[in-house]
Design a protein around this ligand. Sequence first.
Ligand SMILES: [Zn+2]
Length: 269
Amino acid sequence: MFELWPKWVSLVYWGVMGAAMGSFLNVCIYRIPRGESIVFPRSRCPQCTHPIPWYYNIPVLSWLWLRGRCAFCRGPISVRYFLVELWTALTYVGLFDRWGWSPTFFILAVFLSLCIALFFIDLEWQILPNGLTVPGTVVGLLTMGPNTLVTWESSLLGFGLGVTLPLGLIGLYWLVRREAGMGLGDVKLLAMIGAFLGTQRLLMTLMAASVAGVLGGLVLWRIHRTTPLGRVAVPFGTFLCGVAWLVVFWGDAVYEAYHRWLVRWYLEW
Ligand SMILES: [Zn+2]
């Protein structure tokens, strides 16, 4: 394809844009669960409420420069701010490297930005706000045409399975334990993942996140020894979002390796 400038210029550009997007995601992560507006007021230190001027609000760099402390009250600033900005920047660079200037790049940038925000909100609050998952699902369905990762059948079926499969699991769990094993937030998140990634990657995400969630639950149980095993609260949405991120970048490679292994195993028999 005809290039106006070398690819690394675009990669640097999307790294900067990703870091700026991460800065906005930090605002969403802090304010949405608190029911605050994500537009007003401007950023303030959560401890001394001093407004943060732009030169102390430069993504990734300011946190390092201030060594994770507020410039005014010296109160600690969560490492989450730094991690979200860096993770989003790397995500945009990775997506552009793979998909270039294409509709799929922009669609996946929206999807993974939502995943990063939901990852941290569920981790801290054990909620997956409708304000992110529902519009996300709508965007996923509306963009299934230009999204080259899925066919429209796979996107629609992924959405349908994303709704019905967890509802079925919740129903089964309720029959056995007489309580909800998953929240409805997880159902909406799975519907969103299905709409963006299609059937196959949805199932891969659900299976890998379940395994990771069980292992994570066991680790938490060992740490908080007083909580009975069945009572450990696992932020399943965090695992789903983290695995969905991995599946976007490496799902195909894992699937192909598995397929090759299966064929070889079959031939050797
Ligand atoms: Zn402060």
